[in-house]
Design a protein around this ligand. Structure first.
Ligand SMILES: Nc1nc2c(ncn2[C@@H]2O[C@H](COP(=O)(O)OP(=O)(O)OP(=O)(O)O)[C@@H](O)[C@H]2O)c(=O)[nH]1
Ligand SMILES: [Mg+2]
Length: 441
């Protein structure tokens, strides 16, 4: 989406996704919504009440379908503009007919990705963090992602930012009063620093938010768990068992897996990407060498490494494999060997030990995601903005700065918070966020 795009007009989009379905929803927003609904349905339904209506092409008069029509007058709508929805049968020809009927109006044009949300932002219906939350809700795949996204879309971060902002504005007012009365210098200079007590709890709040920030990001992005170990340890067999499908090739040959194989898992509501990797050894060929390098790279960046070696030939994890926790797992326990120095034994062949591993993985994911209910930071953008604000305010708590400099620090913090909720400096962020939205949101 480029800055030159015409942002005016009345936009429409099929909001219910592509493909055949029982019901499909077409959404409309903009000044011509009323005229378009009247043109297609013959009349305007009462605000916010569904009405079954015959839908016709305004030029030919041909009936296209009978469907529910809803009208949401401005400003009490999602975008803040006049909005309408058509709930029709989800066949392709029905939708094509309806779209053609709407496109008859000269002011109507297809919406771009995220354009409804963009208008909601422009009209002050939602803040930027809420819009991000909506985007996350649409892509949420696990219960924890859903909970977090819902909280975000309901304005959890915005509410917190508003509280922080109020404290900053209060501090700014005190500072200004002091600057105004600078002539009565003794009063200001002799007085204790009125700012620090106001700013200190705010900084503590921001820093607490930062401390739990990673948890929110992990819930949203998913945890990375990597299976690594020597060749033939049973890594791919374990991946398949946990994924409950044949995602990776298994064979008695050492060096079967060359590339990384990823599967998405839902562990107790937490999203996890489980990666199977090439067995670590002095590789023979060029291809295997690349595979081994990739395996080490994945292990290095993982949130957790499962170091697998066959129970009858256990091997210690490579030194410096990862900064993340490395669990030593003795695989192929059915082969009967006794094992020391592993955290867990299992047999993917018989299923023994798999439930125990899953239970431990679930607690690990839950701990990494925090309680998932307090933090409001769900992405790097939030974390960096809060970090900027905390960084600007910290000096005000640590020392008494000259008033002009203190005022500048307050301004910087305020700016960081405004950026957080999308009040300033948003164009570039917007393009990036909205381009990932579905059409029709
Ligand atoms: N008995 C027994 N055999 C197993 C078990 N898990 C895997 N195997 C066998 O061990 C061999 C190697 O299994 P893979 O899963 O391909 O091992 P890998 O670690 O992925 O091997 P590479 O990809 O070569 O690094 C295969 O013949 C599997 O059938 C197990 O729990 N018990
Ligand atoms: Mg393998």
């Amino acid at each position: 989406m480029s800055a030159t795009v015409d942002r005016q007009g009345t936009i429409y989009a099929v909001s219910s996704g592509a493909g055949r379905s029982a019901i499909a929803v077409l959404r409309l927003s903009g000044p011509a919504a009323v005229a378009i609904v009247k043109g297609v349905a013959g009349a305007l339904p009462s605000p916010r009440a569904a009405r079954l209506m015959r839908l016709r092409h305004p030029r030919t008069g041909e009936t296209l379908d009978r469907g529910l029509v809803l009208f949401f007058p401005a400003p009490a709508s999602f975008t803040g503009e006049d909005c309408a929805e058509f709930h029709v049968h989800g066949g392709r020809a029905v939708m094509e007919g309806l779209v053609a009927a709407i496109a008859v109006h000269p002011d109507a044009r297809p919406a771009e990705a995220g354009e409804f949300a963009r208008r909601a932002l422009a009209n002050g219906k939602l803040d930027l963090a809420q819009i991000e939350g909506l985007g996350d809700l649409i892509s949420a795949e696990t219960a924890q992602q859903r909970r977090q996204a819902l909280r975000q879309s309901e304005g959890a971060l915005g509410a917190r930012a508003a509280r922080w902002r109020a404290a900053l504005i209060e501090a700014g007012a005190r500072l200004e009063a002091r600057l105004d009365f600078a002539d009565e210098a003794e009063v200001a200079d002799a007085g204790e620093d009125a700012l620090a007590p106001l700013i200190a709890p705010l900084v503590a709040d921001l820093e607490a938010e930062l401390a739990s920030a990673k948890a929110g990001e992990r819930i949203r992005e998913g945890l990375s768990i990597v299976i690594a170990g020597p060749p033939n340890a049973g890594k791919s067999t374990l991946l398949n068992a946990l994924a409950r499908r044949d995602a990776a090739i298994v064979s008695p040959e050492a060096g079967t897996t060359r590339d990384c194989v990823e599967v998405a898992l839902d562990l107790g509501g937490y999203a996890v990407t489980l990666t199977d990797t090439a067995g670590l050894r002095e590789a023979d060929g060029a291809v295997e060498r690349i595979g081994v390098a990739r395996a080490r790279e994945r292990a290095r960046r993982a949130d957790l490494v499962l170091w697998l070696s066959a129970a009858d030939a256990t091997q210690a994890p490579e030194a410096g494999l990862s900064d993340a926790p490395v669990w030593r797992i003795g695989a192929k326990a059915d082969l009967g060997a006794t094992v020391e120095s592993v955290d867990l034994t299992l047999s993917a062949a018989t299923g023994e030990g798999l439930d125990a591993l899953l239970a431990r993985l679930e607690s690990f994911a839950a701990a990494a995601g925090g309680s998932g209910c307090e933090g409001v930071v769900t992405r790097e953008r939030h974390r960096l903005a809060i970090l900027d604000a905390a960084w600007a305010l910290r000096p005000l708590v640590d020392a008494r700065l000259p008033d002009e400099i203190a005022a500048e620090h307050l301004r910087m913090a305020l700016f960081a918070l405004e950026r957080l909720v999308g009040r300033v400096d948003v164009e570039d962020i917007l393009d990036e966020i909205f381009s990932r939205f579905c059409i029709g949101k």
